[in-house]
Ligand binder design. Sequence first.
Ligand SMILES: [Zn+2]
Length: 413
Amino acid sequence: MFEHYSFTAAGRFMRYVQIDTQSDPQSATQPSTEKQKDLSRILVEELQAMGIADAHMDEWGYVYATLPSTVEKEVPVICFCSHVDTAPDASGTGVKPILHRNYTGGDIVLPDDPSVVIRSSDFPYLEQLKGHDLITASGTTLLGADDKAGVAGIMDAAHFLMTHPEVKHGKIRILFTPDEEVGRGTARVDMQKLGAQFGYTLDGGEAGSLEDETFSADAVTIVINGVITHPGYAKHKLVNALKIGGELLARLPKSELSPETTEGRQGFIHPVRFEGIAERCVLEFIIRDFDTALLRPKEEFLRALTELVVESHPGASYEFTITEQYRNMKEVLDQHPQVVAHAREAIRRAGLSLRMESIRGGTDGSRLSFMGMPCPNLFTGMQGIHSMKEFVSVQDMNKAVETIVHLCCIWAE
Ligand SMILES: [Zn+2]
């Protein structure tokens, strides 16, 4: 299908990364930064230029577009989704993408700051990329492959399908979201308007990887109330909430159950914020596990520890609140096994070996899955994300385009 076709994903990518789309966790607006729309507007123009008449951006910065079906029969509507924003962890202003043709191995020194070196020892995947063309940033910014590699892949697949009407596929919906990196990527998605039965996010790493599992996630907020008096006359009266909070943190397990002591499929209890005054303090935790049923025992452990510590300070009291954040998408995907099965087949047809992976975090796909659109995560090739050492292989990006096109065909077979 692709013999005489040259992909343009890399060219698109080089253009998109130069547009600053950094999101801002401190902002309450939607999208969190207005500049994200700068890229979204360009995507709409390019989609329209391909002949996709309904491509548009809504007031919240979401881009929707439809590739019409090329088959007579009814087939499920499939959505491909990527996020336009880049992470707040490193600057996204003035990104200068550099194309390194025919990578021959070894470390890559970035010219604008030679202390930034992409080391093959830090990225074992580089070994597999010898002979590829790599794209990096210049050393002072992130690259934004997360997730503009996904955006470019979907755009190029759309271009391929619009210029190859002989390729048989059903109706395809395209969705570009803002603010994924600040956890609000799905906040304003209109699922009814989207109208897709199944979806795929393009927000994954190594070529051939397919992620069908995320953490299940809860948040716990603990409020500790002390007893306040004038400190000069406080003997046997004052109970300092800050000290109780500090004691609680100090008694968390040191060799297990934390992000810094776990990996693979292990879950954790992680304090993320501690603030207050002597009278009252608030501790925020995130609780994570792949198995939703294993969140509760972690929360009960934390509650029991809080009880124990607070009890030893007569007069003090506490409130303990659990909030659901998101759930492992596998719970939904297992009810629709064809979604992952078709992705596996598409990766096979693209000539790649499949790598099934679990995400020690959440994706927009986990939320979309629970909003009614089962949605695993496909690879884009991005590496070293959220840092100045970010890079992506042109050949991997093209494989992502091929995988998308194969997927569209498989759903129509
Ligand atoms: Zn991402």
